[in-house]
Design a protein around this ligand. Structure first.
Ligand SMILES: *[C@@H]1O[C@H](CO)[C@@H](O)[C@H](O)[C@H]1NC(C)=O
Ligand SMILES: *[C@@H]1O[C@H](CO)[C@@H](O)[C@H](O)[C@H]1NC(C)=O
Ligand SMILES: *[C@@H]1O[C@H](CO)[C@@H](O)[C@H](O)[C@H]1NC(C)=O
Ligand SMILES: *[C@@H]1O[C@H](CO)[C@@H](O)[C@H](O)[C@H]1NC(C)=O
Length: 382
């Protein structure tokens, strides 16, 4: 940092900006990684569906009742899990949704997540338009092209390999595909084992696309306990006695997660200049001991779709007591717990092989690949 003052005088603003992004670890006010990209579904969406023709959008009250900017399209009373991880990493602002991201803010990351999206292109289509994983990847391709135009290719790839790429997708391939046999064929074409293998095969290609686009720190979140949502219990019922969850949904999700963990192992073995980690989004079972008194009901009043809050309705008052905000999505209070786990847990059942905090601290060992960028490389500045 000693030469920063001289750089200030000598270099154009864009190089200064890159320098800040690249050395950010030594400046207290800067985040632990220069950038954070988010891919996924409604668990991470922060407004990408607002202008799409779909029933899977929530830019109305009471969504956002506990969020500083009110209803933004987040499927939560407050923050999503990704929002909280972003805060824990020290970012001053949330990551902007792709739909509204502008100018140099994309250098700190973009959120591509879209409610009802899945690994498979068709998942969620009965709800309307969505940005599925393959489209999110092509949106990211155009963002990284823009970054390369802004910084020059060399600086861009130097920056992109230091970012964390968070991906949480797969729930809709189950709840809005496999377990909707009246709309989709998959449950007739595949056993749960075969379907998990099929999804992971597609997902593996998608993750490699991300790697080929410069990603070197990838945090892959499993599918949560989709059988424990109020919606799942209302639709499928429970076996009534021992479990309060829908076992067939949870066990299908477990098959996916087991294969995802194996995929992480394989990717870490095969792509040694990158680091992949698996995060368990629902590893905590004893909700009551964590201070949540209601784990089986929604905080808000649920509309006829059985999933989302009735627009303008009055939600419960004690929102920190509820695991679920609506019939599918968890509350800010719960999200804070799972985000903190993903960020800092030392338990390998929750983060394997490493948590987000440690992933942030990893030095990209490909700084040793002789990739020294030239000062004058940049040209276009938007
Ligand atoms: C939706 O469209 C409006 C009007 O064109 C625009 O102001 C807004 O930024 C868009 N929002 C999103 C999330 O795309
Ligand atoms: C389901 O399978 C039938 C027969 O193979 C086919 O005609 C139909 O288009 C399929 N539907 C969907 C949604 O894939
Ligand atoms: C990793 O490499 C092995 C051996 O080449 C290969 O069989 C396997 O498919 C690769 N796995 C992934 C996820 O690329
Ligand atoms: C939730 O669980 C409580 C007991 O823990 C039970 O009294 C209540 O009926 C359950 N509510 C629903 C909607 O299943």
């Amino acid at each position: 940092m000693a030469n920063l003052a001289s750089m200030l005088q000598a270099q154009p603003w864009w190089l200064l900006l890159v320098s800040f992004l690249l050395v950010s670890n030594c400046v207290n006010a800067e985040p632990q990684v220069p950038c954070y990209f988010i891919f996924g579904d409604s668990l991470s969406d922060s407004g990408n569906n607002n202008n799409l023709t779909t029933t899977a959008k929530v830019n109305y009250p009471p969504y956002g009742i506990d969020f500083s900017k009110g209803p933004t399209g987040r499927f939560s009373n407050g923050r999503t899990m990704q929002d909280i991880i972003v805060q824990l990493l020290g970012f001053q602002e949330f990551i902007p949704p792709f739909a509204t991201s502008r100018g140099h803010e994309i250098l700190k990351g973009v959120n591509y997540a879209s409610g009802s999206a899945g690994i498979l292109d068709e998942s969620g289509q009965q709800l309307g338009d969505r940005v599925n994983m393959n489209m999110q990847l092509s949106n990211h391709q155009s963002v990284t092209s823009t970054i390369a135009e802004m910084l020059g290719k060399c600086w861009a790839s130097k920056l992109l390999r230091k970012c964390i790429y968070a991906v949480q997708i797969g729930s809709n391939d189950y709840i809005n595909n496999y377990f909707k046999p009246e709309v989709y064929n998959t449950s007739r074409l595949f056993t749960p084992h075969q379907y998990a293998a099929y999804l992971i095969q597609q997902y593996s290609q998608q993750i490699k696309t991300l790697y080929n686009n410069g990603a070197r720190k990838l945090a892959l979140f499993g599918v949560g306990s989709i059988g424990c949502t109020p919606n799942a219990m209302a639709i499928h019922g429970t076996d009534g006695s021992t479990s309060t969850c829908v076992e067939k949904l949870n066990s299908a999700a477990q098959l996916f997660n087991q294969r995802l963990i194996s995929l992480v192992d394989e990717l870490n073995t095969n792509l040694t200049d990158a680091k992949f980690t698996y995060l368990n989004p629902s590893g905590i079972s004893s909700t009551n001991s964590l201070g949540f008194t209601v784990a089986n009901a929604s905080c808000c009043e649920i509309g006829s779709n059985g999933e989302l809050c009735v627009p303008g309705s009055e939600p419960c008052g004690d929102r920190s007591q509820y695991v679920f905000w609506d019939a599918v999505h968890t509350s800010d209070a719960w999200n804070e717990i799972i985000a903190t786990e993903a960020y800092a847990t030392e338990f390998s059942g929750q983060a394997y092989p490493l948590n987000i905090k440690k992933m942030a601290q990893l030095q990209s060992n490909n700084d040793a690949d002789g990739d020294i960028c030239e000062i004058g490389e940049n040209h276009e500045v938007i």
